[in-house]
Design a protein around this ligand. Structure first.
Ligand SMILES: [Zn+2]
Length: 304
């Protein structure tokens, strides 16, 4: 199984267009460096997964999709045809701006297979009407979880988060999910949770036995939210549990017997963006890695 990290930042990415914090400034100064030298830059989070020689599953379609595809030879149109793509389907963890806007840039394709929950499908057909717009350009086929794409099986665990701020409040579940992708050929399993409101026993069961785990690295601590209004702060914390602190994700991840553990969806306020910072060192000492744009992971088949 192959996995590509196309983007690793939270909504807005790093640098965020209107931010002059030290991280965004350093990211802006990396403009002319080769990709391997870019440390602070993170485009908006998205990954792609495929079993060998099979179509790619894109997990979340970020607003940076076009530049992310341009960076990866694996996602180029196949040789021998003028138009085409190795992309098989897109799976969404939620239907919000930083994870769904990229769908619009797939309009040149022949068809779009979209895997999402009922509330996300409803939202993308009404309040954030990406699907009706796309249907002017290509057929959009919706699949529910669990879904199959060749030998990949994609399962979702609903997480306790409400709808997007522009949606009417509802108690319906499925606005946000964690995904588990199983490769039937390789026997490998990846869990992707870029928005994690808390660590429940159900989530702990969901990740058990996976080979690679990607967890919400949006915030190091609640202090980063201080400049925001109390209402905005509450709304964000309902979807993103901070990394640090006794109840944070790092304490939980450090004891977890999973080989490959990553933070992804890192906000431009998070000090782990600076590899020399004490928070970045704490993450590394806990056996957790910080995902970066261009990262590739190969999970070899389990020996039977
Ligand atoms: Zn910034």
């Amino acid at each position: 199984m192959r996995l590509l990290v196309l983007g690793s930042g939270a909504g807005g990415g790093v640098p965020q267009w209107n931010c002059r914090c030290s991280y965004c400034t350093q990211a802006r100064e990396e403009r002319d460096l080769p990709p391997s030298k870019k440390v602070f830059r993170h485009t908006q989070a998205s990954i792609a997964i495929a079993e060998t020689e099979e179509p790619w599953l894109l997990v979340n379609a970020s607003p940076d999709l076009c530049s992310q595809f341009a960076e990866r030879a694996e996602l180029s149109p196949p040789e021998g045809s003028l138009r085409g793509s190795p992309l098989g389907a897109v799976a969404l963890t939620d239907g919000q701006i930083d994870h769904a806007t990229g769908l619009l840039f797939l309009r040149e394709g022949a068809e779009l297979n979209l895997i999402c929950t009922d509330p996300v499908w409803k939202s993308l057909g009404s309040t954030f009407p990406i699907v009706p717009v796309l249907r002017h350009f290509l057929p959009v086929r919706r699949l529910a979880y669990p879904a199959e794409l060749d030998s990949l099986i994609v399962e979702a665990l609903p997480l306790p988060a409400g709808p997007a701020p522009y949606e009417a409040p509802t108690n319906e579940s499925g606005h946000l999910v964690a995904l588990r992708i199983l490769g039937k050929k390789s026997g490998r399993r990846v869990v992707y949770a870029p928005g994690l409101p808390g660590i429940s026993p159900e989530f702990t069961d969901f990740v058990a036995g996976c080979d690679a785990l990607f967890v919400d690295g949006t915030f190091w601590s609640e202090e980063e939210l201080a400049p925001m209004s109390p209402e905005r702060r509450r709304s964000i914390l309902r979807s993103h549990l901070p990394v640090s602190g006794p109840g944070g994700t790092l304490a939980w991840l450090s004891g977890l017997p999973i080989r490959e553990k990553f933070y992804i969806h890192i906000n431009n306020t998070n000090p782990i963006l600076d590899p020399g910072s004490s928070p970045a060192k704490q993450v590394s000492e806990a056996g957790v890695q910080i995902a970066y744009d261009g990262m590739a992971l190969r999970l070899y088949p389990l020996r039977s």
